[in-house]
Design a protein around this ligand. Sequence first.
Ligand code: ME8
Length: 640
Amino acid sequence: MSNNYYITTPIYYVNDMPHIGHIYTTVMADVFARYKRLSGARVRFLTGTDEHGQKIDKAARGQGIEPIDLADRVVARYHDLWKTLEISHDDFIRTTEERHKRSVAQIIGRITAAGDIYKGEYTGWYDARDEAFVPDSQVKDEHDIESGHPVERLSEPSYFFRLSAYQDRLLAWYRDNPDCIRPRTRLNEVMRFVEGGLRDLSISRASLGWGVSYPGDDQHVVYVWLDALTNYISALGFGAEDEKLYDEFWPATLHLVGKDILRFHCVYWPAFLMSAGLPVPQQVFGHGWWLQDEAKMSKSVGNVVRPDYLINRFGADALRYFLAREMAFGQDASFSDQAFLERFNADLANALGNTASRTLSMTGRYLEGRVPAEVAEGPVPKAAEEAVGRYRERMEALEPHRALEAAWQLLAAINGHIQERQPWALAKEGDDGREALESTLYASLEGLRITSLLIEPFMPGIAEQLRLQLGAQDLPRNLGDATDWGGLPAGTVIGKTEPLFPRVDIKAFLKEIAMETPKDGAATPTEPVPEDTLLDIEDFAKVKLVVGEVRKAERVPKSKKLVRLMVDLGEAELRQIVAGIAEQYEPEALVGRRIVVVANLKPAKLMGVESRGMLLAANLEGVPFVLSPDGEVPPGTTVI
Ligand code: ME8
């Protein structure tokens, strides 16, 4: 069997900022990638963003910006977040990249050559106000459930993929490879769905401009799921001059996804690949949902826990640990502050942190900070061997929460041993107690070194800190022979002891959070502003803010949100400014109103209309409230 391991996350939509669900999938993929690297595999780990399609187009239009500008902004946030969370991906694919578009054209070329594409008519629910098709699942009583807009049945020409022809081959694939979809219950769901019969799939849109141009017909763009799924091979250079990575790493070892998109990965994607004559992935794992108040957390429901707060306050590793430990991999779990804090105190501050600080401070106090002679007998070496074995077994079985349980059993054994031997009492016995004191502390120190390896895929930062404190930073770091007992040499000088996880006062903390959380329960506590993001006054002074008076205002044709304003800024000519406020303000009512304008912004085009400045408005959950000076201030007055 090849030693190569290719793991992927879904590529995330850029219509909104990442939340705990996206973090979960990516952290778990990172855990497996790190585990495999430490186990000696050649790993490739891919994540990225899904930037085309109606969703993104609509979100960008809603903000009065171009889709690519929205994508750039959200992608920057993803990059920052993955860095903070120590995500060790090897590549980040964006579907707007040329390398991706080329692969999409290639795969469509192959599917066309196989005779699996024909032209037909796509009929669906159409929202005339948004000028977009709405999925059947989002329509009730001829209205879009999300926007409330009326919808009508409409047809447009479209290219179709003969998905119906792949029913038997897909079923044979599932039957012959019962591990290709995990957990098992999900395999059964997918099989039942496919047994029910498959309809051909529309794979192009004529009514949408934001996508990969359909090869050979630029009246169409490629359907966003065919575009998106191809990322897994485009990032390996499929269809490029150099297909080295593709040859080495395809088929993927594991596509890790949420259960919401299992069908796309287990039905459409393998069918596209089969048609294109390419190997199908080895395994797709559909994990469960993080729920809050019994509802799936999603952007549209608006009950998403913003993770920045937890990361700022408790560190990335604590969040990584909680996510991996709290959710039985594959099932749903609830996200609550209470659960997070309890695990933080019990598992991290207590079981891990205290065991480490006790052991290390006793080594400092009683043994002059030096590791004593090795002992291989006793309960701890045995517990370590068992924990390592169980840990590996559980990781291989894709039960990372169980693997952590095994590591914590080792910590419990170390602690139990300390309790039983009472090194503080042995120290008082002088020479009589010395041997027992040394053997107890060696067992604890070496047990902790092995623990540091087991927790490394989950908490890379803390694992490193623990090794530094043990003086083990230069010892081999892997999940193979480095986990054998006895790796910590006698005489090693331990590092400086510092608490890994200071305990939290849960009651006081929950009170603190409640005060910072808006009453509607949306958990978005105000975050402390990190020092390095504070502005110098000189930077702020670069923004030229002036009072303006609106002279003319009219709607931008074909746009729901945009208004074109002609504003007097006390300059020779009126300024044209486009603002996304038409849903709240009648243009006529704005004429004569004094506003505040950023006068030195670079010009931008919104829906084809040039805007040379920006008006200021308070933003209450997306609803703008235009700001005005409190009194009769002439146009052109500086605002500071
Ligand atoms: O579906 N709990 O992108 P997306 C757990 N672009 N995981 C969650 C979650 C929750 N509450 N919410 C989201 C897309 N996720 C497509 C994918 S792939 C070729 C294209 C995670 O931004 C989970 O992994 O909506 C889910 O599958 C994914 O985010 C959906 O992200």
